[in-house]
Design a protein around this ligand. Structure first.
Ligand code: BEZ
Ligand code: FE
Length: 288
């Protein structure tokens, strides 16, 4: 096809896919490029804007390294990550809802015993968590793996602190007992901004958007015969519950954090400063 103009570009591209032997790739590429062309036509994209877009994506790629994934952050802040979660992680009624994974999970988090303090010295107000893992019938799931991670009081994950090297803190992997329970001590989560020192930060600023996530604990829960659950527990009140920069908040994921005066903690110790408790049930969906 020759003499392509603003209207014939799209059918010309689609024709080039005639010999594509992978039907799913053909479907995804056809739709993606059709929408991309429609977008350019709709906004009458200028050449300067096209170049700015190319430079933005180039800078996004250049920002990526082993510990920084600017493209995922871009997807998160554009709402695409949460949309993909919503499309793929719809749960049956009664099961705990999923939300974004985020970039701060590590595969080598330390194993933690029941009742352990997983904060590992991270600064923050003490929090005592009891979590129960249940099936849809409310029966406890024993030996489920509960992987938890969170930012510290200054809004930073351990992996964002070069001074910690490979020391892990404010994260741990526990296993439920026969009652489906894990107990651990950590610190209260606080709101924090996603990294803003790259192109995504510039995009947020230029769009008049703030970079904050409401306070949360991350959980990934795995058990034999059940769908893996990747989720957060948020706290209320929080100034960012309705404007999470990555669109991850679900009302059902707001936990019951209870403030306590200094005194006896759930593990029977004496605490000289106020602390919080969180009692949280997670309900897993059976594997399809
Ligand atoms: C997080 O909650 O850790 C997170 C999620 C998406 C982007 C940045 C951080
Ligand atoms: Fe987080």
């Amino acid at each position: 096809m020759r003499n392509i103009d603003a209207t014939t570009t799209t059918p010309a591209f689609l024709q080039r896919l005639d010999d594509c032997g992978n039907p799913r790739l053909k479907q995804v590429l056809s739709s993606l490029v059709t929408h991309l062309h429609d977008f350019a036509r709709e906004v009458k994209l200028t050449e300067a804007e096209w170049m700015q877009g190319i430079q933005f994506l180039t800078a996004t790629g250049q920002m990526c390294n082993d510990t920084r994934q600017e493209f995922i952050l871009l997807s998160d802040t554009l709402g695409l990550s949460m949309l993909v979660v919503a499309l793929n992680q719809a749960k049956p009624p009664g099961a705990t809802e999923a939300t974004v994974f985020g970039p701060f999970h590590v595969d080598d988090a330390p194993a933690a015993e029941q009742g352990a303090d997983i904060a590992g010295g991270a600064p923050g107000t003490s929090l005592f968590v009891t979590a129960r893992v249940l099936d849809l019938q409310g029966r406890p799931i024993a030996a489920a793996e509960v992987d938890v991670w969170q930012a510290d009081d200054e809004g930073l994950y351990d992996v964002q602190r070069p001074e910690l090297g490979r020391t892990r803190r404010a994260r741990g992997v526990l296993h439920t007992d026969t009652d489906g329970r894990v107990r651990f001590r950590s610190i209260m989560p606080t709101p924090y901004p996603v990294p803003t020192d790259g192109p995504v930060g510039q995009m947020l600023l230029a769009s008049g958007r703030h970079p904050w996530r409401p306070a949360h604990l991350h959980f990934m829960i795995r058990a034999e015969g059940f769908e893996t659950l990747i989720t957060h527990i948020f706290r209320d009140p929080d100034p960012y519950l309705d404007s999470d920069v990555v669109f991850g908040v679900r009302s059902s994921l707001i936990g019951n954090f209870v403030a306590h005066d200094a005194g006896t903690t759930p593990d029977g110790a004496k605490m000289a400063t106020p602390f919080y408790t969180l009692d949280q049930d997670f309900v897993l969906a059976p594997k399809a």
